[in-house]
Design a protein around this ligand. Structure first.
Ligand code: MN
Length: 354
């Protein structure tokens, strides 16, 4: 009897991490892009991907910034962890042979991909805007059930047996913390395993420092102004800050107000130049994305969000008071309708309870 010849094993399709490693092999210059005004998850995943590419194949890379780093926490994260960002308008597309998008996708409203650049890598956890076709990028890891893009990047490290630097681990961990509200919301097994993997490498001192940065006096001035303008409609809080200097205040006050007893949804806005920024926070069970979608119906603007958090911006033809007031009225009408408190009388924070 002839000896049994071993049957060739059926080829397993490459796992995600192996596919990413295979794609990076042979690449020399990687450009990492993310959405405008990057948040900690996009900063963490972008920094993480750069480091991953350099460990995997000595790929050199740049991380492009469009918009600004808002919020004192995010600025502290960039400073303390040495996140190296290049303004998008200084990027020359011809310098790169590989392009990655993290925490967003091609065609999303708040994302700029310079013309002439083909995207090779997409790593994200957001739902596409309606009517959008899924991209055909060579590497595409979009997992809607995962709380943070940073968790996906941390998973590549774990599966490739790569050790992240202490700065990279801290950035990824902070990205996961912010997108999952300290592992309490939108959190999946992938996020928990990623966080466990990262934690031994995290600089806990720096992590704490990032979450509690010092704040300029102007911050407290705007906060005072914001609290004066809040109106309550039963379980809904609404405010419009008018013309403001720092856009991040819109989101920060929204986070703060959602903690008020009895408040289940917060809508707020503020004008910077001719752009009106909107933040939505909700515990109503519905998705914040649906609420902002309804509120911004008919406006010229872009928005994004998931779970309990959403944000967007509306371009106005001018920043004058009349245009602003009219927008505020339109938004308020939509908002009160979509949360079912039409016709309810507004109260201020200092008004006595009925
Ligand atoms: Mn994210």
């Amino acid at each position: 009897m002839s000896p049994k010849t071993p049957q060739p094993r059926p080829r397993q399709p490459l796992g995600r991490t192996e596919s990413l490693l295979a794609l990076l092999r042979g690449k020399r210059r990687l450009l990492v892009l993310t959405h405008n005004n990057p948040d900690p998850d996009s900063l963490g995943s972008g920094m993480g991907l750069r480091y991953f590419a350099s460990v995997a194949s000595q790929v050199e890379s740049k991380f492009a910034l469009s918009g600004r780093i808002l919020r004192a926490e995010n600025q502290e994260m960039v400073r303390l962890l040495g996140i190296d960002l290049t303004p998008l308008d200084q990027i020359r597309p011809e310098d790169f042979d590989c392009v990655a998008l993290v925490d967003t996708q091609h065609g999303f409203g708040h994302t700029i991909v310079p013309p002439g650049l083909a995207v090779d890598i997409v790593i994200d956890h957001h739902v596409g805007e309606s009517g959008q076709c899924p991209g055909q990028e060579p590497f595409r890891d979009v997992r809607l059930d995962v709380g943070a893009t940073s968790s996906l990047v941390a998973t590549y490290f774990r599966e490739a047996n790569f050790v992240p630097s202490c700065e990279v681990a801290t950035a990824l961990a902070y990205g996961i913390k912010t997108d999952t509200a300290d592992l309490s919301r939108n959190v999946s097994d992938v996020d928990l395993r990623a966080y466990d993997f990262l934690f031994p490498f995290v600089d806990r001192q720096k992590l704490v420092q990032i979450t509690r940065p010092r704040l300029p006096a102007a911050y407290f001035q705007t906060l005072k102004e914001a609290l004066r303008k809040v109106r309550r409609y039963q379980h809904v809080a609404l405010y419009s800050l008018g013309q403001i200097g720092s856009v991040e205040m819109v989101a920060e006050v929204a986070d703060l107000l959602l903690r008020m007893e009895g408040i289940r949804a917060v809508f707020c806005g503020g004008l910077v130049g001719c752009s009106y920024y909107v933040s939505v926070r909700t515990e109503l069970g519905g998705d914040a994305w649906n609420l902002i979608n309804f509120a911004m119906k008919g406006e010229q603007g872009t928005f994004g969000g998931h779970g309990s958090v959403a944000g967007g911006s509306i371009q106005l033809p001018s920043g004058d008071t009349r245009t602003l007031r009219r927008l505020e009225r339109r938004l308020e009408r939509n908002i009160l309708k979509c949360v079912g408190v039409e016709g309810v009388n507004a109260t201020g924070l200092s008004d006595p309870d009925e």
